[in-house]
Design a protein around this ligand. Structure first.
Ligand code: NDP
Length: 338
């Protein structure tokens, strides 16, 4: 039997929809989550694809999770929109908030969407791309659970705190990066533990704060940020801007809120959109050319732009279908028919 199953985007979405709605998630909540996981499969970001589904069921089972959350945007000012996700997933709140964020950014030059009380575990690039598709630049960030120690410390107080940025391009896919500020993903450290493999030095410290290559010691000790004190400060910035600034939980508070339920972090998300047409001083064409010259100078020396791998995977999936391992597919089908 072939060890891969080839599916269309719609088939991957349908499969996730079945599992999520069977477990009580409302259609409106399930739709954007199923789509985000399918997009991750399509773009070969497997860790945020179908393999996340079992973890989603843990989150849906969290006593504070609202399976029927029905978020509605609240216009705080000409540039600011707040949306209370009401303890559902962040994605429906993002979708609804986007409808207000985009026209506000085009009217004001910059616009902010503050999403509160959301459970979040997906990648941020689908949201960034939803904004760049409107010709806007985007910056998104959120705290998570406190697994990461600050540079020079040993007690986990920071989250893995992703930062994602997007820049719209005319004749190319957007420039997008999206990464955690931790040196490595927690799941990657757990995989090393499962496979009995050491991790590289610099990913974390043991509970005494000693640098170690033992994944189990890091999981019970603390992860570290990338870039020493620089990554540590960036992760702290994410805590503040997507936490207290907009009335959201810090990663420490999110961890306490979880109370060992092992659900996805529950926190806030900061989404900012910038309009190059309004902010560019009337020089949109020459500003666009300057950005393109920068990308050409990066790519021209053999360095790759972030998201290039993903966009190539997307092209491949669009022509050949999305390849899912048979083992994962069978596991998900079991969940869909449970
Ligand atoms: P990586 O360290 O894999 O970095 C990902 C980014 O860097 C991508 O944009 C990637 O592009 C780019 N990149 C990777 N290698 C290169 C290279 N050699 N040259 C140029 N660009 C490169 O990501 P992380 O493990 O830190 O994060 C993965 C995902 O996890 C993110 O999507 C993040 O949002 C998500 N996450 C979400 C959290 C949440 O609370 N919601 C918490 C933590 C992480 P490409 O894709 O093309 O390889």
């Amino acid at each position: 039997m072939c060890d891969e199953v080839v599916l269309s985007l719609e088939e991957v979405i349908d499969l996730s929809m079945k599992v999520l709605t069977l477990n009580g998630l409302s259609h409106a909540q399930a739709q954007p989550l199923a789509r985000a996981m399918a997009l991750a499969e399509r773009d070969d970001c497997r860790s945020h694809g179908l393999q996340r589904l079992p973890g989603c069921l843990d989150t849906i089972s969290h006593p504070r999770f609202n399976r029927n959350a029905d978020p509605k945007p609240e216009e705080v000012s000409a540039a600011v929109t707040r949306i209370d996700a009401d303890f559902g997933y962040s994605l429906l709140a993002f979708e609804r908030g986007l409808e207000v964020l985009v026209p506000k950014a085009k009217a004001m030059g910059v616009s902010i969407l503050a999403i509160n009380n959301c459970f979040h575990s997906t990648a941020l690039w689908p949201e960034v791309e939803a904004i760049t598709a409107h010709g806007l630049a985007a910056l998104i960030m959120n705290p998570s659970h406190s697994w990461v120690a600050p540079a020079g410390g040993s007690t986990p107080v920071l989250g893995t705190n992703p930062i994602a940025f997007g820049w719209p391009r005319k004749d190319h896919p957007p420039y997008v990066f999206d990464f955690a500020t931790s040196a490595a993903a927690r799941a990657e450290i757990a995989r090393h533990r499962k496979e009995n493999q050491p991790i590289p030095m610099g990913w974390g410290v043991d509970s005494e704060g000693r640098p170690t290559t033992d994944p189990a010691a890091v999981l019970s000790g603390a992860m570290l940020t990338f870039g020493g004190h620089k990554g540590s400060a960036l992760a702290t910035m994410v805590e503040l801007l997507a936490g207290p600034l907009i009335g959201g939980l810090t990663s420490m508070q999110s961890m306490a809120f979880d109370a060992d339920a092992k659900a996805a972090p529950c926190h806030a998300e900061l989404v900012i959109a910038f309009d190059p047409a309004l902010l560019g001083g009337g020089n949109i064409e020459s500003n666009h050319e300057a950005a393109e010259a920068l990308f050409a100078a990066i790519a021209g020396q053999g360095a790759r732009l972030p998201s290039e791998r993903r966009f190539l995977a997307r092209q491949r999936s669009e022509s050949e279908g999305i390849k899912v391992s048979r083992e994962l597919y069978d596991r998900i089908v079991l969940l869909a028919n449970a």
